[in-house]
Design a protein around this ligand. Structure first.
Ligand code: HEC
Length: 148
């Protein structure tokens, strides 16, 4: 390779890694493709959903996650770890089975893995915590990036 090409290649890879994954640029468009059908504006709030879970499950409606604030409620608080438990591919779940929303990440395994990586990069590798609020410690919380 010519030196200029090597420099170009280095530059391209370093900017790719430096790019922060954000809700607006990355997660929102992905969510519109893969999640909006069941978690959009018409979906119930988390409180409504929790009070009538069976009814909404039958309607194939999950709780509303239609904006940044409503989505991060499933990362940090009050529904701590829910997004990670549901989207994980089984590498970090207790029973080593994928969470039940993993299948919604893509039509095939390659697409699911790609989109899982995007969610992981958004939440932050060290913040990919699958437990409940009572087990969340501050160092882990500090690693949750979820940039808007
Ligand atoms: C075909 C409909 C459908 C699609 C598409 C879908 N979901 Fe869901 N989701 C549901 C339903 C129904 C529930 C509630 C039932 C359950 O708990 O499994 C749910 C539950 C969840 C929960 C748990 C909420 C809680 O109460 O703790 C999370 C988190 C979640 N979904 C995330 C996502 C994400 C992120 C996507 C897109 C990648 C997605 N879902 C795509 C139907 C869907």
């Amino acid at each position: 390779m010519r030196p200029t090409l090597i420099l170009l290649a280095l530059f391209a890879s370093s900017t790719a890694f430096a790019d922060e994954v954000t809700y607006r640029n990355d997660i929102r468009p992905l969510w519109e493709q893969k999640c909006i059908a069941c978690h959009g504006e018409a979906a119930p709030s988390l409180a409504e959903f929790d009070e009538n879970k069976e009814k909404y499950k039958q309607l194939s409606q999950g709780p509303r996650m239609n904006d940044y604030a409503n989505l991060i409620a499933f990362v940090g608080w009050p529904d701590t770890g829910a997004l990670m438990r549901r989207l994980d591919d089984g590498a970090n779940t207790k029973d080593r089975k994928p969470g039940n929303m993993y299948e919604n990440l893509g039509a095939d395994e390659a697409e699911r893995q790609k989109n899982l990586s995007l969610f992981k990069a958004w939440v932050g590798e060290g913040g990919w915590f699958l437990g409940k609020f009572k087990d969340l410690d501050k160092p882990t919380l500090m690693k949750m990036k979820v940039a808007e």
